[in-house]
Design a protein around this ligand. Structure first.
Ligand code: DAT
Ligand code: MG
Length: 148
C-alpha cells in the first residue's frame, strides 16, 4: 500500500486549520500511520527542500518552514501520493480550485498551507526525514471493505 508525507506547514497551524485539513484526508479514506508536531530545524528544512536549493525563493521558503510548528503526517492508501496531491490543489493558492485545501484557504504561492510528496520514491525519502521507523504505526482499518 502506498504512503505519502503530508505537512501542515506553520501557516496551517497558526491559522488553526489543522483539524479541517486532517479531516479532509480522513474522510477521503486514507489511513493515518504517523502524526506529530515538529518545530523544523534549519537542517531539516534544508534537507526537505534540497531540490529547490539555489532558486530565488529558497531562503524565504526555509524561513517560512522554520517559523513555527508544522504537523507532520504519514497517510497510507491506494494511490496515496496522487490522492494527497489532489486534495491539496496546485502550488499557487490563487489558481488551486475550490474544494482543495489550497483552493479553499490559500491565495499565496509560498504560504500554501500544505506539503505533499510528489512521487512514491520521494515519499519514502521524506518520510524517513521526518519520522523514525518506530513512530509509524500500522493497523488494520475496520472499515477497509467499505473504503478500498
Ligand atoms: P508543491 O508544494 O506544490 O510541491 P514545489 O515543490 O514546486 O510545490 O515548491 C515547494 C514550495 O516552494 C511550494 O509549496 C511553495 C514554494 N514555491 C514554489 N514556487 C515558488 C515561487 N515561484 N515563489 C515562491 N515560493 C515558491
Ligand atoms: Mg513539491
Amino acid at each position: 500500500m502506498q504512503r505519502t508525507l503530508i505537512l501542515l506547514k506553520p501557516d496551517a497551524v497558526q491559522r488553526r486549520l489543522v483539524g479541517d485539513i486532517i479531516g479532509r484526508f480522513e474522510r477521503k479514506g486514507l489511513r493515518l500511520v504517523g502524526l506529530k508536531l515538529v518545530s523544523a530545524s534549519r537542517e531539516l528544512a534544508e534537507s526537505h527542500y534540497a531540490v529547490h536549493k539555489g532558486k530565488p525563493f529558497y531562503e524565504s521558503l526555509l524561513s517560512f518552514l522554520t517559523s513555527g510548528p508544522t504537523v507532520a503526517l504519514v497517510w497510507e492508501g491506494r494511490e496515496a501520493v496522487t490522492v494527497g496531491r489532489n486534495l491539496m490543489g496546485v502550488t499557487d493558492g490563487a489558481k488551486a480550485p475550490p474544494g482543495t485545501v489550497r483552493g479553499d484557504f490559500a491565495i499565496s504561492v509560498q504560504n500554501n498551507l500544505v506539503h505533499g510528496s510528489d512521487s512514491a520514491e520521494n515519499a519514502a525519502l521524506e518520510i524517513a526525514l521526518w519520522f523514525k521507523n518506530e513512530e509509524l504505526v500500522t493497523f488494520t482499518a475496520t472499515d477497509a471493505n467499505w473504503i478500498g
